[in-house]
Every structure is written in structure tokens, then in C-alpha cells.
Write a protein that binds this ligand. Structure first.
Ligand code: LCS
Length: 391
């Protein structure tokens, strides 16, 4: 199907067929934990891998399978694997490759829980990480050690929207036999497809744009058949971070409108970013579609749209950030992103409060930084709400 249809069609149809039992066009929600094996002989054949069949929902579920096929089609991947959350996708993708004694090179301007996972949890398992400014591939190259097994990227990165040159990093990693993993949550496959640039594995928090309505936590890994099979058969099956079928159903429902929603997210965020650039209270704005973005040229090269995330620095630091959070009415003061509604957050006091001040500032997360997940409302209403706060 991937080769025949455009991305709008795939978002609606990939992985689906009318239910053979009923003809229902909406994918059935299979809640069964366990599946009838038929007979001792059929059961043995399924267990031996000689016959296809579901056994137990932690090993595979028909509703979850539809989501996996759909995301694989959107990311131009051979296969995909759904997980309980974005963090489950990231930890599964990493633990699929790294063992005690191995080393990771990671972009430093990334989602703080991912940073923590590597810096603390994986560190405790004997897996070391060097964090670098990944906006320059040469910094990644310099950090590679003989035991480096993974290069981990997030582009655009959370929250300051720094980009990584996906093609350059993929080429560098391939020449050294290192696996590349890229978190594509902010861009979505509508705006960027890392595998097309040679990246090995894409991870997503499906909690965000995929679901799109703020009502289902989930994650997805996409990559080669071989990598995905290993993730499914080993870390996911035994650490157990699988996606619940109901959340798969909700995320599948969300993905049908992903291309349409991303068009509006892209347009609204662009307009808000341009508007913010003209405000006296704003020191700078980061949005990959603005000419003022330090990697504007790279954004033009590897992104088809620039996404719904905008961040900006207020002149007044912490106090100005707090004032804006309290003054806005339409924008909801809340973490997360990718919802239909506009969400606003002040990272220094929330998402990044777990990161030390020095680390936070080295990632560009200063006291006056504000992050917006621009929603699908009328853009004039979003702008008017922000103006009220900035006044
Ligand atoms: N990757 C990125 C880029 C994220 O922004 C997040 C969550 C995750 C992975 C983890 O996904 P989850 O396990 O929550 O599904 N980002 C959040 C944020 O910026 N605020 O709240 C959550």
C-alpha cells in the first residue's frame, strides 16, 4: 500500500480492511487478553512460529497491529511497534541496542525525561551517555567512542526547536556501524520522515500529534523489519510496556486527521511566530520556519512543514513568564503538546525543573523561555490572547 498511495490516503486506510466477520468499516476494538489456540496441534504450530496467530495481547493484538501498520506506512518504514507511552518507545528502542558497557551519543537539547533516562536510569545499568550540541554533526563525531552503539537525536528538539542534520548524522553513523534513533514527535511524518534520510529508527510519543486530542497516552517505534521484530520479541515483550488496545483505537482515530491537523498546526504556528517576533516584550522567537532560526536552511532541506511548536524568550525572565501564564485565558497552562487546543508552558518552572539550572541553561532553557503548542483555534484568537498577556 505504501508505494501506491499518498500520505493523506495512508493516514485513513493503511492497515485497515473491512472486518471479515461483520463488514464493519471501523476497526474492531479487540480487548481480549488471550486468544483461542484451536487445537493442541495448531497451538504448537503458532508457538513454533510455523502458523500466524494471536496468542496473548502482550505479544500481539489485532487492533494494535492496525496502528502499527499505519504508522509504518506514514514513516515509510518496513514495520512499526506500538508502546505504552513515548518513554516506553524510547526505552525499548534503546534497550534493543545497548547493553552494559556500551555508550550512547545523544543530543543535549531533548525532552528532559529522555535526558534523565540516559543520564540516570541507563547509567545505573552501566550504559554511559555523552550529551553534545547536536546542531553540528562534528560534535557528534568527536564524541564517538569505540563502544558507541547509538546516536540519539530529537529534531526539532524539545523545547528550543534545535535541529539535527539527519542526512549527515545518518551517513556518519552508517560508516561506523552505529544505530541512529530519532524522536520525530514534534515534526510527525507529515513534516519530516527521518528514515528517508537514512536514520535507522524513529520513535514517537503518540500521546501528542498522532492521537491529537489529548486523551490517549501511547508511543510508536518505526524501522526495519529486523529491528522492530527484535524490539517486539525482546525488550517490549519482557519489560512489558505494551499499548492498550483502547488507546490504539483512539490513536488510530486521531491519525485519520493527522495530515489535515498538521496543515493547520503548521499555518497557525507560523503566523503566531511571525507575530511574536514583532512584540517588544519578546527577546527572540524560535520557529524552524522563520528566517531568524539559526538552522533555517536545514529546516528548508529536511522538513516539509515546520510544525505547531513555537518557543520564545521574554525580556522579564521568571516574573514575566509567570505573569504571562496567569494572564492568558484561551491558551491553557499545561504540559504536553499536539492537542487541538493551544497549550502554553513555562519550562523553567515545570518540564525542566528536574534538570539542574546549569544543564537547563546549557540546553537553552532560560528563565524567561515560554513554549507554545499552537492549537487549531482561529489564529486571531490565539494572537489576541497572547497579546493580552504580553501587554
Ligand atoms: N518525546 C518527546 C519529544 C516528548 O515531548 C515527550 C513528552 C516524550 C517523548 C514522552 O512521551 P510520553 O511518554 O509522555 O508519551 N513530552 C512532554 C512535554 O513536553 N510535556 O509533557 C510531556
Amino acid at each position: 500500500m505504501e508505494n501506491q498511495f499518498g500520505i493523506n490516503t495512508l493516514a485513513i486506510h493503511a492497515g485497515e480492511a473491512p472486518d471479515p466477520a461483520t463488514g464493519a468499516l471501523v476497526p474492531p476494538l479487540h480487548l481480549a487478553n488471550t486468544f483461542f489456540l484451536g487445537s493442541a496441534e495448531e497451538g504448537a504450530a503458532i508457538f513454533a512460529g510455523e502458523k500466524a496467530g494471536y496468542v496473548y495481547s502482550r505479544w500481539g493484538n489485532p487492533t494494535v497491529d492496525i496502528l502499527q501498520t499505519r504508522v509504518a506506512a506514514l514513516e515509510n518504514a518496513q514495520a512499526a511497534l506500538a508502546t505504552a507511552s513515548g518513554m516506553a518507545a524510547i526505552s525499548t528502542a534503546l534497550l534493543n541496542v545497548v547493553r552494559a558497557g556500551d555508550h550512547i551519543v545523544a543530543a543535549k537539547a531533548i525532552y528532559p525525561s529522555t535526558f534523565h533516562l540516559m543520564q540516570s536510569e541507563l547509567h545505573a545499568l552501566g550504559i554511559a551517555t555523552t550529551f553534545v550540541d547536536a546542531t553540528d554533526a562534528r560534535n557528534i563525531e568527536r564524541a564517538i567512542q569505540p563502544n558507541t552503539k547509538v546516536i540519539y537525536l530529537e529534531s526539532p528538539g524539545n523545547p528550543i526547536l534545535a535541529l539535527c542534520d539527519l542526512r549527515a548524522v545518518a551517513a556518519l553513523a552508517k560508516s561506523r556501524g552505529i544505530t541512529t534513533i530519532c524522536d520525530n514527535t514534534f515534526a510527525t511524518p507529515i513534516n519530516q520522515r527521518p528514515l528517508d534520510f537514512g536514520i535507522d529508527v524513529v520513535v514517537h510519543s503518540a500521546t501528542k500529534y498522532f492521537g491529537g486530542h489529548g486523551d490517549a497516552v501511547g508511543g510508536v517505534i518505526a524501522g526495519s523489519r529486523e529491528i522492530i521484530k527484535r524490539c517486539a520479541d525482546e525488550p517490549l515483550r519482557f519489560f512489558g510496556g505494551i499499548l492498550a488496545p483502547f488507546n490504539a483505537y483512539l490513536i488510530l482515530r486521531g491519525i485519520q486527521t493527522l495530515p489535515l491537523r498538521m496543515e493547520r498546526h503548521n499555518a497557525n504556528a507560523f503566523a503566531v511566530a511571525r507575530h511574536l517576533e514583532k512584540q517588544h516584550a519578546v527577546k527572540w522567537v524560535s520557529y524552524p520556519g522563520l528566517e531568524s532560526h539559526p538552522q533555517f536552511a536545514l529546516a528548508q532541506k529536511q522538513m516539509r512543514g515546520f510544525g505547531g511548536m513555537v518557543c520564545f524568550e521574554l525580556h522579564g525572565g521568571l516574573d514575566a513568564g509567570a505573569h504571562l501564564m496567569n494572564a492568558v485565558k484561551l491558551c491553557s497552562l499545561a504540559v504536553s503538546l499536539g492537542d487541538t487546543r493551544t497549550l502554553i508552558v513555562h519550562p523553567a518552572s515545570t518540564t525542566h525543573s528536574v534538570v539542574s539550572r546549569a544543564e537547563r541553561e546549557s540546553q537553552g532553557v532560560t528563565d524567561g523561555l515560554v513554549r507554545l503548542s499552537v492549537g487549531l483555534e482561529d489564529v486571531d484568537d490565539i494572537v489576541a490572547d497572547l497579546e493580552r498577556g504580553l501587554d
